[in-house]
Write a protein that binds this ligand. Structure first.
Ligand SMILES: NC(=O)c1ccc[n+]([C@@H]2O[C@H](COP(=O)([O-])OP(=O)(O)OC[C@H]3O[C@@H](n4cnc5c(N)ncnc54)[C@H](OP(=O)(O)O)[C@@H]3O)[C@@H](O)[C@H]2O)c1
Length: 288
């Protein structure tokens, strides 16, 4: 399959390129194809003539989005509209990646694909606007919502908290937000499985299991051999600008319905990431 990939240097984009190697022909673009530029997107689409467009580009800074609403919507809504419009004429499928932040987080049971989104912050609202462009403009789409990503290809919580643990006497981490950490390589593999099905629609695609950021930190430190004390705090005490869902665990009901295997538990994925993939990515980087 020839895949036009956007956001190819991001965390997920890096792993899409990694797992597609030798399987699919990936035409990779990052900021060199600005998805907010409708003409550029249309031009590149007609040059490449892909079998599928995979959108991993996004405005992902949740806190910055609160004071930068227009730019968040430009990338997360307008950019997605541009990709959907490019796909529309030739009925080309679009796989668009979205987020658990489309949910309010007020419930205390896992959200399914059939639950109503009710995003609270600008980031979640702009991502939901992107989903709405996809569903209103296209028949052939996969909207894949994921959560709490970590991977070798970008900055993320796992890398930052290890760094904080190694350079501080203690770390303070919130214990009242619950979600499912997800390894971007596992996600990339599952997305490639989903695009083979032709079963278009919305999917929840996260590693299984859930935890709070505090518990996740304890697990990360144990695996990484960091002994720094971890203090549990509340979201209010952290005082970030953006509201965040208190509980954003998602159930992969659409995967179950399609007979696709659930993703493995996040602790197994974390162990592979910390013990195997991150060290080998870092030594390959150092050798360059
Ligand atoms: N990270 C998470 O925890 C998380 C959780 C749930 C869902 N998601 C979703 O998963 C997807 C992948 O996330 P990620 O963590 O891989 O994000 P990421 O690392 O921030 O990658 C996004 C990429 O898109 C690029 N980009 C930004 N604006 C663009 C534009 N106008 N045109 C083209 N490219 C542009 C970014 O470039 P710059 O970096 O130079 O801006 C970056 O390389 C996103 O849809 C995100 O909303 C992420």
């Amino acid at each position: 399959m020839k895949i036009l990939l956007t956001g190819s240097n991001g965390q997920l984009g890096t792993d899409i390129r990694f797992v597609s190697a030798g399987v699919h022909e990936v035409v990779a673009h990052d900021l060199d194809l600005d998805i907010t530029d409708r003409e550029a997107v249309a031009r590149r689409f007609s040059e490449v003539r892909p079998d599928l467009v995979l959108n991993a580009a996004a405005y992902t800074n949740v806190d910055a989005a609160e004071s930068d609403e227009l730019n968040a919507y430009r990338v997360n809504a307008l950019g997605v509209q541009n990709l959907a419009l490019a796909c529309q004429g030739s009925n080309t499928p679009l796989l668009h990646v979205s987020t658990d932040f489309v949910f309010s987080g007020d419930d205390s049971r896992p959200y399914t694909e059939f639950d109503r989104p009710e995003p609270r912050g600008v980031y979640g609202q702009s991502k939901y606007a992107g989903e709405q462009y996809v569903t209103s403009l296209l028949d052939r789409y996969y909207i894949c919502r994921t959560s709490w990503l970590f991977g070798t290809g970008g900055g993320n919580f796992v890398k930052s908290i290890i760094n904080a643990g190694r350079t501080n006497n203690r770390v303070r981490v919130v214990d009242d937000q619950t979600g499912s950490p997800t390894y971007s390589r596992d996600l990339a593999n599952k997305l490639l499985e989903i695009i083979e099905t032709g079963a278009y629609g919305t999917y929840h695609v996260s590693n299984s299991g859930s935890c709070t950021w505090y518990r996740f930190t304890r697990e990360i430190f144990e695996l990484a051999g960091v002994n720094t004390p971890v203090e549990s705090i509340t979201t209010g005490e952290l005082g970030r600008p953006a509201p965040r869902p208190r509980y954003s665990v998602m159930r992969g009901l659409a995967l179950e319905l399609q007979g696709l295997a659930p993703m493995r538990p996040y602790p197994e994925a974390l162990e592979d990431f910390l013990m195997r993939d991150l060290p080998s990515a870092e030594s390959a980087e150092a050798a360059r």
